[in-house]
Write a protein that binds this ligand. Structure first.
Ligand SMILES: CC(C)(COP(=O)(O)OP(=O)(O)OC[C@H]1O[C@@H](n2cnc3c(N)ncnc32)[C@H](O)[C@@H]1OP(=O)(O)O)[C@@H](O)C(=O)NCCC(=O)NCCS
Length: 187
């Protein structure tokens, strides 16, 4: 399990605008919301079978849609969570949190994933953080994905913790108290 870190310098307004344009050019609409609505939270529970709706509710999210269908999301700056991977680096004042992040199976490889990732990192930067933490990534391919698409580097590895993996997360569902009230770890 690794925590990845990326500097916020490269994620300004122009980069955000380009990412949003690219999502739209791929045929999707995209919008940011401070707290995802019930429809998005229910979609998160269904699509990723985990506790991610709790985190989305605790933060802001870019959400891409194809018509009425939700295609993907990237959350940033969730507040008030107590995951154990938020200790250390994640607790530093200049570090903002990225994620969770996912694209619905039907829309993977459509090209929106890296742009949603970029948009949410721009969201972290816009909140005034100097660095973004991409926490609890378990799979090597996913680590490479983040490195390739954001320039993130490995902050540290922690072999014993459980990863932030869709589908294997404890089913927290829309129990927002799960994120706000002290979930210990995820994975
Ligand atoms: C990660 C994700 C958002 C990327 O979506 P995308 O930009 O459309 O990209 P793809 O799904 O086509 O994957 C691109 C590459 O990322 C890597 N990758 C993506 N998801 C992966 C996973 N769950 N495990 C391992 N590698 C993964 C692979 O290298 C893949 O390339 P490949 O298909 O040639 O093997 C999407 O795969 C997803 O929603 N996965 C499930 C949720 C998740 O794991 N989110 C990250 C939590 S840290």
């Amino acid at each position: 399990m690794v925590n990845l870190v990326v500097g916020c310098d490269g994620f300004g307004d122009d980069v955000l605008a380009a990412a949003l344009r690219a999502i739209e050019a791929a045929g999707f609409s995209v919008a940011v919301s401070d707290r995802s609505d019930e429809h998005v939270l229910a979609w998160l529970d269904d699509e990723f079978a985990g506790a991610w709706s709790s985190e989305a509710y605790a933060g802001s999210s870019y959400v891409a849609r194809k018509g009425d269908a939700i295609a993907g999301f990237a959350t940033f700056d969730p507040r008030g969570m107590r995951f154990d991977w938020l200790r250390g680096l994640g607790a530093q004042a200049d570090v903002g949190i990225f994620g969770p992040f996912g694209v619905a199976k039907a829309f993977r490889k459509s090209g929106i994933g890296p742009h949603l990732l970029t948009a949410a990192l721009c969201g972290v930067a816009a909140r005034g953080y100097k660095r973004a933490l991409i926490p609890a990534v378990g799979e090597e391919k996913l680590i490479e994905y983040y490195q390739r698409n954001s320039g993130a580097v490995i902050g540290y590895r922690a072999g014993v913790q459980r990863c932030r993996c869709a589908g294997t997360a404890a089913r927290g569902g829309r129990g927002r108290e799960g994120a706000l009230g002290g979930v210990g770890s995820r994975g």
